[in-house]
Ligand binder design. Structure first.
Ligand code: ADP
Length: 810
């Protein structure tokens, strides 16, 4: 050994200089001094408080050196280095690692550090050959926050001195793990289902390792675990199908398992060796042993396994998409069990293959189902397109239920619920819908979805209809969230077999007061689970998201098409109005010429009876054409000019209209009544006056009764008894009317009268007219976003109704 002076060890009772004492109010002893499981383990009061990543100890069958990365000098050493490496820790601290691994070892280590991805990734470095004092040792190396971690474990080729227990059996010249694994991997790749894959994995790992029990332990969504597959010694009771509460592998243990790829524990009851010193003198922090195979056992975990009668264990995490899916949990009961590095590496490799294959098998299992769900989505979409509405998708359509394996479905659309199959009743749906909307933030998520298989747990009111809807999958089908789709699954009462009573959390009196311990009994404990449905598979949730995307695309495409049509319509209307105006304006000029020449002809030369009659006819026709052109020009102007909207007293507008009619028709001998004062509303008074003038003059004109009567009035939105069969969209509107006791209109002419230049009578009958009046009335009313319609009985009279403003305005 070189004679380099040994650095002073920091005092364990006080943190080294520069290390602030933790500020926690807790009285745990390691709050004021570095933690060591060996020294402070019994003070742990619950699993979550245990510093599992920094236990300050290692399993004593191996040795750990913590090296400064920059010069590979030894900063910390496990207290058992004398037994394993042949040097006391005090002889090693501050020295170069070459003191243990020789110059070749140091060189090899430097080369690995320079070329391999050692960060948080233990890599086999070399085997230290056996010497007089020590057995052959496998050396692994990884780095973590500025330190290199060098772990030494017996190779199994020569039994390390005082080591306990047997080592895993090896064929004479060392097993050919590569060939063994190759065969296993080929077999894993042929498995069709997750279940057969896991079963094969359990069997192969047991065959390879020789351990007593190998379980594939699968985590459920609530983190409790289930023995999903198992291979065990024939004399052991099988644990297949047993469930274990989430607390058995607490959150921080699951977090740790998600990071590492292997956790060997060759001797549960083995000694722990403390690190010397307990904290890294460079950083002042306890050493992070997350990735050390030798990491000291957690107090709780040791106790748990001891209660189960386990003597040695090996845990290999199984991850899917970097999320912990489950574990290959291996137990050995007959005594300590040391597995050499390459055997562990082979098991680790199988676990990695298993993780990958798990994903592949699941993908394969899902692919066919996904295709079927996609096909159903397409069918649903074509129903929606063909029938022209979302409700058609659900209305009596069992497509929606079959593929999703749902018992019922409901759609909230156009202010009502549509249901199919077994669903909660309407009032329950209303409340559930409101609760769900709060959970489906439609703005923030690309595809907002809510899926649960135990609704009552999140929504207590759901207990009332758990029999039909313990499972709910919901997604809005519109961006506004006004359309909500839900699938329901009924309650499936199940018996869960627990490995021990999951509600049992015993406490024992320890040196620091009461402390929680792990369960002692693992006897079968059966429990019925209520208010739970079969969970939704990822593919089913995806299918709901896809349906949403398809419907949204459809709705958006439709809205875009309607927008485009509206634009086209508005453009062609404008063009038509402009054309009508230009045409009528330009036609008037030659018409005036024709009229003038006909007049001159009549004046200039004596014409006989026949010629005079023809010239009279020509002049009459030109005058009529002139008034038709006037009507056309007026109509086109009505379509183009802006409305002058203001608050208008309709009673005053009516008075103006009557005055105009009176001056035009003189004494028409008609009684015109307005039973109640008309209201004030926002409108264009000049245009509304024109509407009234047209309707009033028609009411007077088309009347052959000796006593002519015209009534102008309105029906309020709340006067439901008076509203009769008013058209859709006018429910919340005030409806104005002009009623007469005139000649009436036959029902088959109701639409005709609103057409341009359409008259139901001879040209000169009933005082003549161009047939444009009602067309202009309709245009004016529509420009006020209202509707006009009529009721009439031939010979008895007509009532023309109109509204001003669409129902959205109110
Ligand atoms: P015009 O009165 O110039 O003919 P309108 O467009 O105002 O044009 O009316 C179209 C046709 O509808 C009229 O020719 C008439 O036959 C019929 N009509 C309109 N109002 C009434 C009414 N109150 N009673 C009966 N028929 C009517």
């Amino acid at each position: 050994m070189p004679e380099t002076p040994i650095r002073d060890l920091p005092d364990l009772q006080a943190p080294p200089a520069g290390v602030a004492a933790p500020k926690s109010a807790s009285s745990a002893p390691w709050d004021t001094q570095p933690y060591s499981t060996k020294r402070h383990g019994t003070s742990i009061t619950n699993c979550d408080a245990e510093p599992v990543r920094t236990p300050g100890c290692i399993q004593a069958h191996g040795a750990l050196l913590v090296l400064r990365l920059s010069d590979l000098s030894i900063l910390q050493a496990s207290e058992n280095t004398q037994a394993i490496l042949g040097h006391e820790p005090r002889e090693l601290l501050g020295h170069s690692v070459a003191a243990v691994v020789k110059n070749e070892g140091e060189t090899r280590q430097r080369s690995i550090l320079a070329t391999e991805p050692t960060d948080r990734n233990p890599i086999y470095a070399f085997t230290l050959p056996a010497s007089e004092q020590i057995a052959a040792l496998d050396v692994t190396l990884h780095t973590i926050v500025g330190a290199a971690m060098l772990e030494f474990e017996g190779t199994g080729r020569t039994q390390p001195g005082a080591e306990t227990g047997p080592v895993a059996p090896r064929p004479r010249n060392g097993p050919d793990y590569y060939s063994l694994i190759k065969k296993t991997v080929a077999r894993l790749q042929t498995t069709e289902t997750g279940q057969t894959l896991c079963q094969l994995l359990a069997e192969e790992v047991r065959l390879l390792s020789g351990l007593d029990r190998v379980m594939i332990y699968k985590f459920h969504a609530d983190h409790h675990g289930e023995v999903f597959a198992e291979s065990c010694r024939s004399d052991l009771a099988p644990w297949l199908g047993l469930h274990y509460p989430a607390g058995d592998i607490p959150q921080q243990a699951r977090d740790l398992l998600a990071k590492i790829s292997i956790r060997p524990v060759p001797d549960i009851n083995g000694e722990l060796a403390e690190m010397m010193p307990l904290v890294n003198p460079d950083t002042g922090n306890p050493v992070d042993m997350t990735f050390c195979a030798l990491r000291g056992l957690s107090v709780m975990h040791t106790e748990y396994l001891q209660n189960m009668g386990v003597a040695a264990g090996l845990t290999l995490p199984l991850c899917r998409d970097n999320v912990l899916w489950g574990l290959i949990a291996c137990h050995h009961y007959s005594g300590p069990y040391h597995m050499p590095y390459e055997l562990r590496a082979a098991c680790e490799f199988l676990a990695q293959m298993g993780s990958l294959q798990l994903r592949a098998v699941e993908e394969r299992e899902n692919a066919a189902y996904r295709l079927r769900l996609d096909a159903v989505n397409q069918q649903l979409l074509s129903v929606v397109v063909r029938e022209g509405g979302l409700a058609s998708m659900i209305d009596g359509n069992s497509l929606l239920l079959g593929a999703m394996r749902a018992g019922g479905a409901a759609l909230f659309h156009r202010d009502r619920w549509w249901r199919v199959g077994k669903t909660p009743d309407e009032s329950q749906l209303v409340a559930l819908g409101q609760w769900l909307v709060g959970r489906l933030d439609t703005g923030a998520l690309a595809s907002p979805l809510y899926a649960t298989h135990s609704l009552a747990a999140a929504y207590p009111a759901g207990a009332a209809f758990a029999d039909v809807a313990s499972g709910v999958l919901a997604t809005p089908l519109s961006s506004s969230g006004q359309t909500l789709m839900m699938w329901f699954r009924p309650e499936v009462i199940q018996t869960v077999n627990w490995g021990g009573n999951p509600h049992d959390k015993p406490q024992v009196a320890g040196p620091h007061g009461l402390r929680l311990t792990t369960r002692r009994s693992f006897e079968l404990f059966s429990e019925s689970v209520h208010q739970q449905a079969t969970p939704w598979l990822d593919v089913e949730v995806e299918a709901a998201a896809n349906l949403r995307a398809l419907i949204m695309d459809l709705v958006i495409a439709r809205a875009e098409r309607i927008d485009a049509l509206n634009d086209d319509l508005a453009r062609s209307n404008e063009e038509l109005d402009a054309f009508a105006y230009v045409a009528s304006h330009d036609l008037k000029e030659p018409l005036r010429g024709i009229h003038k020449y006909a007049h001159q002809l009549m004046e200039a030369a004596p014409v006989n009876g026949e010629e005079k009659r023809k010239l009279d006819g020509l002049m009459r026709l030109t005058l009529r054409m002139d008034s038709l052109l006037d009507s056309l020009m007026h109509f086109s102007r009505v379509g183009r000019e802006e409305l002058a909207l203001e608050i208008v007293d309709l009673d005053e507008v009516l008075a103006d209209a009557l005055e105009l009619i009176g001056s035009r028709t003189g004494d028409s001998g008609t009684e015109i009544v307005a039973p109640r004062v008309l209201p004030s509303i926002v409108c264009d008074s000049v245009r509304v006056r024109e509407v009234l003038v047209n309707l009033l003059s028609n009411a007077i004109k088309y009347n052959d009764k000796a006593f002519k009567r015209v009534e102008v009035g309105y029906v309020g939105a709340d006067e439901t008894s008076l509203r009769g069969a008013f058209p859709a969209g006018t429910q919340t509107q005030t409806v104005y009317y002009v009623r007469d006791n005139g000649i009436g209109i036959a029902p088959h002419h109701f639409d005709q009268v609103f057409k341009m230049f359409k008259r139901l009578h001879g040209r000169e009958d009933y005082g003549g007219g161009t047939g444009a009046g009602l067309t202009i009335v309709r245009k004016l009313v529509e420009r006020h976003r209202g509707q006009v319609w009529l009721e009439s009985a031939a010979g008895e009279g007509s009532t023309f109704f109109f509204t001003l403003g669409s129902s959205d305005d109110n």
